[in-house]
Design a protein around this ligand. Sequence first.
Ligand SMILES: [Zn+2]
Length: 256
Amino acid sequence: MEMTLGSSASEESARRAPHRALTEAEDLSVDLMQNAGSTPKALILFGPPGSGKGTQAKLLKETLSIPHISTGDMLRERIASDDSLGLQLKELMHAGRLVPDDVVNRLVEERISLPDCSGGFILDGYPRTHQQAEVLDRRLHERGFEPVVIHLKVDYTKVIARIAGRRQCPVCGTLYSLTSNPPRNPEFCDLDGAALVIRDDDRESVIRERLEAYERQTRPVLDFFAASGAAVHEVDGHEGSPQEILHRIRSVMGWE
Ligand SMILES: [Zn+2]
C-alpha cells in the first residue's frame, strides 16, 4: 500500500505538468461557432512587412482551429506543383513580374470554398490591392462570411531595426534575429559555424521600399473595408511578446 502511494504520488506529479499545459491550451481555444447562428468570420490580418503578421496568423489558427490561408504559401505550393498554372506562375516570377490580381483572386476563391473553411478562416497577405479587396468582399458576402479586419499597427523605425537584425546561415538555412533570437556568436551559425549572411530582402533599403509599397498600395485596402462597413480593429503590434499581442487581438475581438 505504501509503495503504491509513493509511486502514485510521483506519477501524479509527472502527469500533472503536461495535463496543466493541455488545460491552458483548451482555455485559450475559442469556438467561433459557440454563438449559435453567428456568421462565420473571415479574419483579414493586416500589417506591414515585419509586423509579425505571419506569427499572429499561426497563433490565431491554433487558438481558433480554423485554416490559415497565406497567399505567399499558396503561390509557392502552386509553383512547386508544376501544373499549368504553376508553370505560368513560375515564368512570371522568373521575369520579375507580379502575379496578376485575377490569378490570386481565383486561388483564394478556390481555397475558401473548401469545406474546412466553412466555420471561418484567417487571411494573411491578401487582399493586397483595392481590386483584390473588392473581389474578396463580394465573394465573402456571396458565401455568407463576415469580413473582420485586424490591423497590426507598428512603428516603422522599430520594424526596420528588427528586420535589419535578421541573419541567415547560408549552409543550413537557420534564421536568427540579433534582437530576439541571437546566435551565441553574432557572426556565426550555432549549428555548423558558417558565417551568417543578411538576405537581400532584409537590407534596409529593401525594407524601406516594401514599407512604402505597403503604404501606397495596401493602406487603401484598409480604407475600403472601413468604408464598406466591415469591422476594422486596430491592435498595437510592436510592444510585447507574440502572446501579448495575441491577447490584445483576443480582447478587441471580445474572445475572453
Ligand atoms: Zn547553419
